[in-house]
Design a protein around this ligand. Structure first.
Ligand SMILES: [Fe+2]
Ligand SMILES: [Fe+2]
Length: 194
């Protein structure tokens, strides 16, 4: 899904002067609100499963720098789960998860990288960073959209919470790039094939 513009004119709220039968009485009745809540349930599932997947990646990582970075992001990810619960509460919805097929696929891909690379190698770290960045990019796309939709729907508190998580996902992605480009990639390049 692409980013939506924060344009209040896009909302089809029924006013007293409106003649259109297709418009909605309240924002809660809108199709956009339904889509927003479904996307929240999707990322709620994804975040919950990511905490376990990141723990496996951290255990499998070789460099201390990568282990520390993933460890810190596990703590943040646990916080993302709680923030989403606050988002659900702020819009009067019960927190619920719907299986996220995309994140399930990304997690499986990360697991196969651990199976296919040599324990203790930096090639394995390159693979872990690649898998972790794919997950972060999925999160960045999702939170970017959700933050903007929250604004469009008039959910100010939710928009702020989603923005806070979005910033942490972006910082994690940048940190992973720094770790890869700092030394992991170049050291991995001299490792032999098994
Ligand atoms: Fe997250
Ligand atoms: Fe993340």
């Amino acid at each position: 899904m692409g980013y939506l513009y924060n344009n209040k004119e896009n909302i089809t709220m029924k006013s007293t002067t409106s003649k259109s039968a297709s418009q909605v009485e309240t924002i809660e009745d809108s199709a956009l609100n339904e889509l927003f809540v479904d996307e929240l349930k999707d990322i709620y599932w994804a975040e919950k499963h990511l905490t376990k997947a990141l723990a496996k990646m951290q255990k499998g990582a070789t460099s201390e720098e990568l282990k520390t970075a993933i460890g810190n992001h596990i703590t943040e990810t646990e916080n993302h789960v709680s923030r989403l619960e606050q988002v659900f509460e702020s819009i009067g919805e019960k927190a619920a998860a719907i299986k996220c097929e995309a994140m399930e696929g990304l997690i499986k891909e990360g697991e196969s990288i651990l199976e296919e690379t040599e324990k203790g190698s930096l090639t394995r770290d390159v693979g872990i960073i690649s898998a972790a960045q794919k997950a972060e990019h999925y999160e960045i796309a999702t939170y970017g959209t959700l933050r903007t939709l929250a604004g469009v729907l008039g959910y100010t508190e939710a928009a702020e919470l989603l923005e806070a998580t979005l910033e942490e996902e972006k910082k994690t992605d940048e940190l992973l790039t720094q770790i890869a480009e700092g030394s992991v990639n170049s050291q991995a390049a001299s490792e032999p094939k098994e």
